[in-house]
Design a protein around this ligand. Structure first.
Ligand SMILES: Cc1ncc(COP(=O)(O)O)c(C=O)c1O
Length: 383
């Protein structure tokens, strides 16, 4: 007898399974280079840790407002004024348990069971898996080199004609490839969503980690989009589990009621720490300079390893490489690479069920020494 619900049957995230396997190897004494999971090797900035330390010492760590501590919501609103010249009312900001928490809240608030939501392939696997678990249809729109691996208004209209889409979720920079949508193309997607009656959810978690590509928030083009962001990546706070979303103001009360019931509030220490993260720019820009150097090194050396067929690496800290010439099973490739060399990379199968088996994702969020050593080991192994 199967005594678990059908909807709880959810796909694993291979990157995390691989990270677990890599930790296992490390515990057994092997030297492991972590290029699988998308998390900064750099510690959380000093000012953030100090703020958290003060909060813990103070000890007043209670429930907070379900939408988040008001001063944090104001500070997040201020971020949009500073980075994009946009006036966002703090009432539109909802503090969440990472962007992961925001996806759950947004999907629950915006869609009913049976609604179809589109997403790109390749794309972040949790979108598809959460949608399915919530009883929603996850409609993958395959992207190709022809459209620079992004969804165009025409592709959206075609999918809408077939699936009556209620929503679209996109990330720019995208995971797994770091590829971005140019501002004019983003404006066109926002316009197409409006015309077709599709709610756009824009995942901007990798904003701040962009290497020369123009960055615009979807909020610049419409107040109707739902924008999700997080302290995990640019702010080096993956384990704190804190993020946010910006929504049309009329949605705020519903999100407040959902948050009250689902989690009461986001971890109070993480909220205090998150607020301090906006004062850590100097330290964080140094961390980003390290990613930029890693990215340069990989872009220089990967072609000579036969791994030069890459998606445009505009941002985030990933490179997505075509490995079709060496394998048609990137999962087996990644497991063998880890076993033989101790280098952990992510099989593309997480991100794209069709072309994923011929791709791997390399994260360069680690130290320069590790990236260089990882490349040496891969080079020796592929020879
Ligand atoms: C595109 C994207 N969105 C969301 C997340 C989840 O991040 P968090 O819940 O830590 O904010 C990730 C994590 O890797 C990601 O790559």
């Amino acid at each position: 007898m199967n005594d678990l619900s059908k909807r709880s049957v959810i796909a694993p995230i291979q990157a995390i399974d691989l990270m677990t396997a890599a930790f296992d190897l490390q515990r057994k004494g092997r030297s492991v280079i972590h290029m699988a999971v998308g998390q900064p090797a750099a510690p959380t900035p000093w000012v953030v840790r100090e703020a958290a330390e003060r909060a813990v010492r103070d000890g007043k760590i209670g429930y907070t407002e379900a939408l988040g501590i008001p001063s944090l919501r104001e500070r997040i609103a201020c971020y949009y004024a500073e980075t994009h010249g946009l006036e966002i009312a703090p009432d539109r900001v909802v503090v969440t348990t990472g962007s992961s928490g925001a996806f759950n809240l947004a999907f629950l608030a915006l869609f009913d069971v049976g609604d179809n939501v589109a997403l790109p392939a390749p794309g972040y696997p949790a979108y598809r898996n959460i949608l399915k678990t919530l009883g929603l249809g996850a409609i993958e729109i395959p992207t190709t080199e022809d459209t620079r691996w992004t969804i165009t208004p025409d592709m959206l209209a075609e999918a809408h004609a077939r699936h009556d889409l209620k929503g679209l979720i996109l990330a720019s920079p995208n995971n797994p490839n770091g590829t971005m949508i140019a501002p004019k193309d983003l404006a066109a997607i926002v316009e197409a969503c409006k015309r077709l009656g599709i709610r756009l959810i824009m995942d901007e978690i990798y904003h701040g980690l962009v290497y020369g590509f123009p960055t615009e928030t979807a909020l610049s083009f419409s107040d109707e989009v739902v924008v999700i962001n997080s302290f995990s990546k640019y702010y080096c706070m993956t384990g704190w589990r804190i993020g946010w979303m910006v929504v049309p103001e009329r949605f705020t009360r519903t999100l407040e009621c959902l948050s009250q019931n689902l989690s009461l509030c986001v971890n109070a220490v993480a909220q205090i720490a998150g607020q301090a993260a906006f004062d850590a720019t100097e330290e964080l820009e140094q961390v980003k300079a390290g990613y930029a150097a890693n990215r340069d090194l990989l872009l220089e050396r990967l072609p000579s390893l036969g791994l030069g067929k890459l998606h445009p690496a505009d941002g985030a800290f990933y490179l997505y490489a075509d490995v079709a010439h060496v394998t048609s099973d990137s999962m087996q490739f990644a497991r063998k690479l880890l076993q033989d060399t101790g280098v952990a990379v992510t099989p593309g199968i997480d991100f794209d069920s069709i072309l994923g088996p011929q791709h791997i994702r390399l994260s360069y969020a680690g130290s320069q020494r590790d990236v260089s050593e990882g490349l040496d080991r891969i080079e020796g192994w592929l020879k």
